[in-house]
Design a protein around this ligand. Structure first.
Ligand code: NAD
Length: 495
């Protein structure tokens, strides 16, 4: 069986580890290859390569860095079908959805192409007579990126193009469940003219993550994954003196007011609940229906669910399998919890007929009504194709529910009342808000990130917050020879 290795200094690197993990095709249940799990020494080797590449890369002209970004953008766009096939093969998401993931990642590459504009500093002439002050932005050094399984291309693309365009060098640790996309992108970047050592990939598990978090030559960590790990990353990397942004899990609510267009709501709930088998941090997992709409809405959602085709992502299906057998079993176990807690299962995804291998990690779209808010089905992130409905009596009751959640990643309101929508955008304690838009992932030139336990640290991903995160500002006060200068003054400098 082939082994997915690491990528260091512009070439595959086998590393010294003898530990590997299986990489499945979730649609067949087969382990199709292994992935190497890096040791601490393997990670150090990658960090040293990145460190050695940093002086040359950070002093490469902005124009040259921009040209390489443009070449990478062209290559990625031209060869996106190849990458989409890799995503479907290892993650399981259907091909059209894999294409969508790449399109959203490309947006960030396109933003990175505008790096000359993004890196501009400020200049003030004559702050005192003959004295000018200006600021410059300089790259941090070696930056670490740790990404989750559910977007093996897009989440790394949220970070590495902007980090590299800004002059940093990178060590990326992708999810060990679907590692091939990262290696493919690293190879493409080299073919686009990126010097060796600027972008490195180490595959691995906790050992490699800890090695990055503790490494003295790693300046910052950008993490995306589940909340308990995000918190651990934030605390550990901060303790080791690093700048950290750690994006965590989610439980996204869709608030439906009685005046909403219920056909639009039903379409949106199905798309946002079951797309990518619910394995999206911006998936809608709870529909909060303000009565009296629940019965009519559930009927419409159910009708749409009956038309969904579940199966192998290469066969034109709507929804693919879950990532692993263990994860599928965990997600399915919430249906038993729902039954025990007195919720009513309207559509049961267990035992669904699929267009695919019987051994794949399947669970069909599932709809659960009257979910008690004390149930784990409501309080925990399920991360699968399970949509819960909670019925409330008023906007205020719905808002209190959303604001009471430990998560604050995304949310949406569906209404035709502009005043209610405006009130919601002001009152809700969530980082990304949709108004009649179910998955409000901001475009590349805004920034992505939640509030509360959905983000630890103070910088969101990509957009306007990326360059401040990936650079340090330096303020320079300068005076050029002037016959009037000089004299002794021990006081604090004043203008
Ligand atoms: P995960 O937390 O299990 O893993 C994320 C990364 O951390 C992986 O690279 C993994 O190897 C590493 N890791 C796992 N356990 C670790 C440990 N004990 N110590 C150190 N490193 C460890 O997450 P996942 O299952 O890959 O991804 C799904 C989760 O990611 C969901 O909770 C989802 O909501 C979240 N997510 C959040 C966002 C966001 O932007 N907020 C985006 C995508 C996914």
């Amino acid at each position: 069986m082939s082994v997915v290795k690491h990528w260091v200094n512009g070439a595959e690197f086998a590393g010294a580890s003898t530990r590997t993990a299986p990489v499945y095709n979730p649609a067949t249940g087969e382990a199709q290859r292994q992935v190497a799990l890096a040791t601490t020494a393997d990670v150090d080797h990658a960090v040293q390569a990145a460190k050695a590449a940093f002086p040359g890369w950070s002093n490469t002209s902005i124009a040259k860095r921009q040209q390489i970004m443009f070449a990478f953008r062209e290559g990625l766009n031209a060869r996106k079908d190849e990458l989409a096939a890799i995503l479907t093969n290892e993650h399981g998401k259907v091909l059209s959805d894999a294409g969508g993931e790449i399109a959203r990642g490309l947006e960030v590459v396109e933003l990175a192409c505008s790096i000359p504009q993004l890196m501009k500093g400020e200049f003030s002439e004559n702050v005192s007579t003959g004295v000018d002050v200006y600021s410059i932005k300089q790259a941090l050094g070696v930056v670490g990126i740790i990404s989750p399984f559910n977007f093996p291309a897009m989440v790394p693309l949220w970070f590495f193009p902007l980090a590299i365009a800004a002059g940093n060098t990178v060590v990326l640790k992708p999810s060990e469940k679907d590692p091939s996309a990262a290696i493919w992108m690293a190879q493409l970047f080299k073919e686009s003219g990126l010097p060796d050592g600027v972008f490195n990939v180490v595959n691995g598990d906790k050992e490699s993550v800890d090695a990055l978090l503790e490494h003295p030559d790693v300046a910052s960590i950008s993490f995306v994954g589940s909340t308990p790990i995000a918190k651990y990353i934030y605390e550990t990397a901060s303790k080791h003196g690093k700048r950290v942004q750690a994006l965590g899990g989610a439980k996204n609510h869709m608030l439906v007011l009685p005046d909403a267009d219920l056909d639009l709501v039903a379409d949106s709930a199905v798309n946002a609940g079951f797309g990518s088998a619910g394995e999206r941090c911006m998936a809608i997992s709870v529909v909060v229906a303000v009565e009296p709409v629940a019965d009519a809405l559930i009927e419409k959602i159910q009708a749409r669910m009956s038309g969904l085709k579940v199966g192998d992502g290469t066969r034109n299906c709507d929804m693919g399998p879950l990532i692993t057998r263990e994860h599928r079993d965990k997600v399915a176990s919430y249906l038993e919890v729902a039954e025990q807690d007195g919720a009513s299962i309207v559509v049961d995804g267990r035992g669904i007929e699929v267009d695919g291998d019987a051994n794949g990690f399947w669970l069909g779209p599932t709809l659960i009504d009257k979910v008690p808010t004390s149930s784990k089905v409501y309080t925990e992130e399920i991360f699968g194709p399970v949509l819960s409905v909670v019925r409330v009596k008023s906007y205020d009751e719905g808002l209190a529910l959303i604001n009471g959640s430990q998560y604050g990643n995304g949310t949406a309101i569906f209404t035709n009342d502009g005043g209610a929508a405006r009130r919601f955008q002001n009152e809700v304690t969530v980082g990304m808000v949709g108004i009649n838009v179910p998955i409000p992932v901001p475009v590349g030139y805004y920034s992505f990130g939640g509030w509360k336990n959905s983000l630890f640290g103070d910088a969101k991903a990509y957009g306007t917050q990326a360059i401040p995160f990936f650079t340090r500002e330096k303020a320079i006060t300068s005076r050029w020879l002037d016959p009037s200068h000089g004299g002794i003054n021990l006081g604090f400098p004043q203008n």
